[in-house]
Write a protein that binds this ligand. Structure first.
Ligand code: C2E
Ligand code: MG
Ligand code: MG
Length: 715
């Protein structure tokens, strides 16, 4: 419970600010309170000291006044005459009591004879029968003081005053020896008679003193008290006869009482302000932390698909311990979707592809979009054992077309798979997965290819070639040569086939089969195809023959293909009716629907289509009928043996018969000898192409050949 409270507290108030604020508050408020307590305590103490001093003066003054009051009556010739030489109580009444008792209001008035006996007493305004023990009335302290006064000679004191206590009562008294003022009267020798006045220190007395000195109410504690508080009343013999007690004014305490609530109030307000500041600080910290988290999320996530990004994928692979499987995937046909339907559709395809991949991968795997149209799945531990199954699931999930912007888009996926039981660095694993993915693409796409050591060299070489080829295409390094196609009967050149040529700066001429494949795998084929088509159209524009240009199956992925070709024709001014596009069977087999559509559109432009390398693929009669070509080109492999192998000639004959049945004209490729030419012509090939009639030559050469031929024909 406490811990939960603590957590909650910390959630509201950030600890890093809390401690300094608590310290600041603690020191400033603590210091101020301590200072307040100290100064008010000093103030209280000073006030107490002032009261004690006032009270001491008050009581001291009272004692002195009592002495002073008595002195005049005791040092008086008449008093000697009427009280010592002969005792006259009536005189005492009229002259002593009348003033000291009635006017001065002394409560006790006594005359002591030489032996210290009471011979005259007035208490409380009434005469009292004499002869009682004065100690009973005023205590032993008083009796001792009286003795000192009554003693004659040098030891005798004329007057003694002070405090005396008896039976819980305390009196202020004065006792004085009756002595003459002048030499007119004399005293008998021996002890002296003494006059006594005393006042009971009662509450009225105390009240008078306190009001005279503006002191708090006083209280008398008679006798010896264990406490040392208050003001002690000291008897004539030096003994304590009582103590005056009072509750001191405590101006400091009062001030404290006044200030503290205000202080508490200020403290509360300050605390509230501090809490507010802390709360704000917490909000800013939270906001900061939120944006930090967001930044972290953004740093590790692909904003489009919500999957991890390349960095997250690398981190995942780096964190893998033990068995790990990495699937590296690249969408087939993404670029085309992007080109045809626009970027929004491309994005939608990526999102949907990511969703399908993630679903296929399941919860045990980490899925990332590692680049443009590349995805990755990382599996660790036991999950790595299911890599094959997940590959299948991902491939299967791409079978259904994608519904993008109301269109049904088909996309494939090529998967490279690498597995390891541990000990392979993350970047090496990623590299291998990439190599395997390239191999998958090379294997005809839409498949999964596990990594094998032999792939590396090919991969590196291909990567280098790709780079060089890309440069060559961009810098006009791709040349086009033309090979004549002749009429079988008269061997007149009726067409030329454009064949791409690339002379590598280091490796020299590269076989088209190789660099075309590289271009197909790397997506350079569209640019290459366009470049060849443009060059070929420009060159062949002046020639009065048909132009055959090869179209790679990979170019069929490009939805803009037909548009691009139309644009080239438009730009170069080359008539569509003179253009023939040669395509191989590969693509047609894979996507007959899409092929049918593209071919129809091309034919609609007026372009003719021929099926190249016929016989090397698996084109069925059904396809030939459905796709309605204009021509088939019998592959060189059939031609090579026709002169020596009777069965080859039969095969060639069957093909031409089939073509005839399908209303297709036939061209024989790779004719190198007259014998081959004769047989192919006999079996029904309308056109022929091969070294016998001419090798592929640069445009200038072809210009010359065609110019010469025209001259020859004219001649
Ligand atoms: P292809 O379209 O079947 O072109 C015919 C190939 O046979 C050419 O090879 C040509 O030089 C070769 N050839 C012609 N007559 C003979 C002969 O009598 N004997 C022998 N041994 N060979 C002969 P090349 O130029 O090496 O091209 C190879 C393939 O590369 C082409 O086969 C074509 O499929 C492809 N290709 C060439 N240029 C392009 C291009 O611009 N675009 C595309 N997509 N593919 C191209
Ligand atoms: Mg060809
Ligand atoms: Mg061919």
């Amino acid at each position: 419970m406490d811990r939960r409270l603590g957590r909650r507290f910390r959630r509201y108030f950030p600890t890093q600010y809390l401690i300094p604020i608590v310290l600041l508050f603690g020191t400033s408020f603590g210091g101020l309170i301590a200072l307040l307590i100290h100064t008010t305590a000093v103030q209280d103490r000073m006030e107490r000291e002032r009261e004690i001093e006032l009270l001491a003066n008050g009581f001291g003054g009272t004692a002195a006044m009592v002495v002073h009051d008595l002195q005049d009556y005791a040092r008086w010739d008449d008093a000697v005459r009427h009280l010592v030489q002969a005792f006259d109580p009536a005189w005492a009444d009229d002259n002593i009591s009348a003033y000291l008792g009635v006017v001065q209001r002394y409560s006790h008035l006594m005359l002591l004879d030489e032996q210290g006996r009471v011979i005259y007493a007035v208490t409380g305004g009434h005469r009292r029968p004499p002869g009682f023990d004065p100690a009973r009335l005023l205590g032993k302290g008083f009796v001792a003081a009286a003795r000192r006064v009554q003693a004659n000679g040098p030891a005798g004191e004329p007057v003694v005053g002070g405090f005396t206590g008896v039976d819980g009562k305390v009196y202020v008294f004065s006792v004085a020896a009756i002595v003459p003022l002048t030499g007119k009267v004399s005293l008998p020798p021996g002890p002296r008679r003494a006059l006594v006045i005393a006042n009971l220190i009662d509450q009225r007395f105390l009240n008078t003193i306190s009001s005279d000195h503006r002191l708090p109410p006083l209280r008398l504690v008679p006798g010896v008290t264990p406490t040392s508080e208050g003001l002690p009343l000291i008897g004539a013999g030096g003994e304590t006869v009582g103590r005056i007690m009072w509750s001191s004014h405590a101006p400091g305490t009062e001030l404290r009482r006044l200030i503290l609530p205000a202080f508490a109030m200020i403290g509360l307000i300050a605390l509230g302000a501090a809490a507010l500041i802390l709360r704000r600080a917490r909000s800013s910290i939270d906001a900061l932390r939120g944006s930090e988290l967001q930044a972290l999320h953004q740093a590790l996530h692909d904003p489009l698909t919500g999957l991890g990004n390349r960095r997250a994928m690398i981190e995942q692979v780096e964190q893998c311990r033990g068995a790990v499987a990495l699937l590296y995937m690249d969408l087939d046909g993404f670029k085309e979707t992007n080109d045809v339907y626009g970027h929004a559709a491309g994005d939608a395809l990526l999102v949907e592809a990511g969703r399908r991949i993630a679903t296929a991968a399941g919860s045990m795997a980490f899925v990332a979009r590692s680049g443009g149209d590349e995805f990755a799945i990382v599996m660790n531990g036991t999950a790595a054992g299911h890599a094959d199954r997940i590959c299948e699931a991902v491939l299967a999930s791409f079978h259904a077309p994608f519904a993008i912007d109301g269109y049904s888009v088909t996309a494939g996926i090529s998967i490279g798979l690498v597995t390891s039981t541990g000990g392979i660095a993350a970047d090496e694993l990623i590299r291998r997965a990439d190599v395997a993915m390239y191999a998958a693409k090379a294997n005809g796409r839409d498949c999964c290819c596990p990594y094998a050591a032999g792939m590396d060299e090919e991969y590196d070489e291909r990567r280098r070639l790709e780079r060089d080829l890309s440069n060559a295409i961009a810098n006009g390094g791709i040349e086009v040569h033309f090979q004549p196609i002749v009429e079988a009967r008269c061997r007149r050149i009726v067409g030329v086939e454009a064949l791409a040529r690339w002379t590598h700066p280091r490796h020299g001429p590269i076989a088209p089969d190789l660099f075309i494949r590289v271009a197909e795998r790397s997506g350079l084929i569209n640019d290459l195809g366009r470049s060849v088509l443009v060059s070929a159209c420009r060159a062949a524009l002046a020639w009065d023959v048909e132009l055959a240009v090869n179209l790679s199956p990979a170019q069929f992925w490009d939805r803009t293909l037909v548009n691009r070709i139309a644009t080239v024709l438009h730009e170069t001014g080359f008539p569509a009716a003179r253009l023939e596009l040669e395509i191989t069977e590969t693509y047609l087999l894979r996507r007959p629907d899409a092929a049918e559509e593209v071919l129809r559109d091309l034919r609609a432009l007026g372009i003719r289509i021929s099926l190249d390398d016929f016989g090397t693929g698996f084109a069925s009669i059904g396809y030939l009928r459905r796709l309605s070509f204009d021509r088939i080109k019998i592959d060189r492999s059939f031609v090579t043996d026709v002169a020596s192998d009777g069965r080859a000639a039969d095969l060639a004959r069957s093909i031409t018969a089939l073509a005839e049945a399908l209303d297709l004209s036939v061209t024989a490729e790779g004719i190198e000898t007259e014998a081959q030419a004769a047989i192919m012509r006999t079996v029904g090939c309308a056109r022929m192409q091969g070294w016998l009639f001419g090798r592929p030559v640069p445009a200038i050469e072809m210009d010359r050949i065609l110019g010469g031929e025209r001259v020859a024909i004219r001649a």
